[in-house]
Design a protein around this ligand. Structure first.
Ligand code: 8X3
Length: 250
C-alpha cells in the first residue's frame, strides 16, 4: 500500500501545494482544514490521483483535534507522514500597539495547534516504529524582527519543538524535518494584514518570491529521501532574499 500523509492547513498555500504534489506521487491524503467547502473541492480534484479523506477542524481546538484524529478508522489510521503546516501571522505591529487577540491566535495555531495534532498522531508512529514529521517553521523562527516579535516567538517555538521531537523520536525510527521558508507568495501576507491586498502585494513586489510549489517541492524531497537519510533542517529563501528582512528588489 502507498503511504498516508496527514496535512494541516491543506486548503491553501503551502499545504494545498503539498497535497497536490503528494497526490501526483500517489501518497494517500488526509486533508485537514477549517474551511469545509475548500476541503471538499480539493478532495474532488485530487481523488482522481489517489485516495483522499478530509477532516474539518481547528488545530487550536484540542477536543476537536483529538476527536477527529482518534476517530480516523481503517484504512486511514496508520499515518506515515505528518505535515504540520497550519498557522500564520496576524498583524505586524510594534509590541506596544500589538493586539492581544492576534497574539492569542499565533500562539494557539502555530504552537499549541502543532502540539495538539502531533500529540494524537505520534503514538501510532511510535507503535509502528516509523514515521516522518515535517514541521513548517519560518525564517522568523531563526531571526527576530521588529513588529513581528510574537510571530517570531511562535516560530521559534516550532524550531524548539522540531529539535525536541527529533531527540525523542529518532530512537523510534521517526524522522523530523524542520522547514523554514522566507518570503513565499501565498495568502500569508493578506492574512497578516487582515485582508489588505495592497499592503500584502507590496511584500512580494519587484523580485521573484518563492511560490507555494517551491516549498512543496522541498517537502516532497524531504519525505522521499532514502530511509537512512534525515533532512533535519532546511531554510529556503527566494534568490533575492538574504535574511528575514533583507530582500534585493529591482
Ligand atoms: C514567513 C516569512 O519573513 O514574513 O514566515 O516572517 S516572514
Amino acid at each position: 500500500m502507498t503511504k498516508i500523509a496527514l496535512i494541516t492547513g491543506a486548503t491553501s498555500g503551502i499545504g494545498k501545494a503539498t497535497a497536490i504534489r503528494f497526490a501526483q506521487n500517489k501518497i494517500r491524503l488526509i486533508l485537514c482544514g477549517r474551511r469545509k467547502d475548500r476541503l471538499e473541492q480539493l478532495k474532488k480534484e485530487l481523488s482522481e490521483f489517489v485516495a483522499v479523506t478530509t477532516l474539518c477542524f481547528d488545530v487550536g481546538d484540542q477536543d476537536a483535534v483529538k476527536r477527529n484524529i482518534q476517530g480516523l478508522g481503517s484504512p486511514w489510521e496508520n499515518i506515515d507522514i505528518l505535515v504540520n503546516n497550519a498557522g500564520g501571522a496576524h498583524g505586524l505591529d510594534l509590541f506596544e500597539h500589538g493586539k492581544i487577540d492576534d497574539w492569542e491566535r499565533m500562539i494557539d495555531f502555530n504552537v499549541k495547534g502543532l502540539l495538539y495534532v502531533s500529540k494524537f498522531v505520534i503514538p501510532g508512529m511510535i507503535k509502528r516504529n516509523k514515521g516522518q514529521i515535517i514541521n513548517i517553521s519560518s525564517i522568523a523562527g531563526k531571526q527576530t524582527y521588529a513588529k513581528g516579535m510574537v510571530y517570531c516567538a511562535s516560530k521559534s517555538g516550532v524550531e524548539a519543538i522540531s529539535k525536541g521531537m527529533r531527540l525523542e523520536l529518532v530512537p523510534h525510527g521517526i524522522r523530523v524535518c524542520n522547514i523554514a521558508p522566507g518570503a513565499v507568495d501565498t495568502e500569508f501576507s493578506t492574512v497578516r494584514f487582515k485582508g489588505d491586498k495592497v499592503k500584502a502585494d507590496k511584500v512580494y513586489e519587484n523580485y521573484s518570491p518563492l511560490l507555494a510549489d517551491d516549498i512543496a517541492d522541498s517537502i516532497y524531497y524531504c519525505v522521499n529521501v532514502p530511509a537512512h537519510v534525515q533532512i533535519a533542517d532546511m531554510t529556503i529563501f527566494p534568490a533575492a532574499q538574504s535574511d528575514a528582512t533583507t530582500i534585493h528588489r529591482n
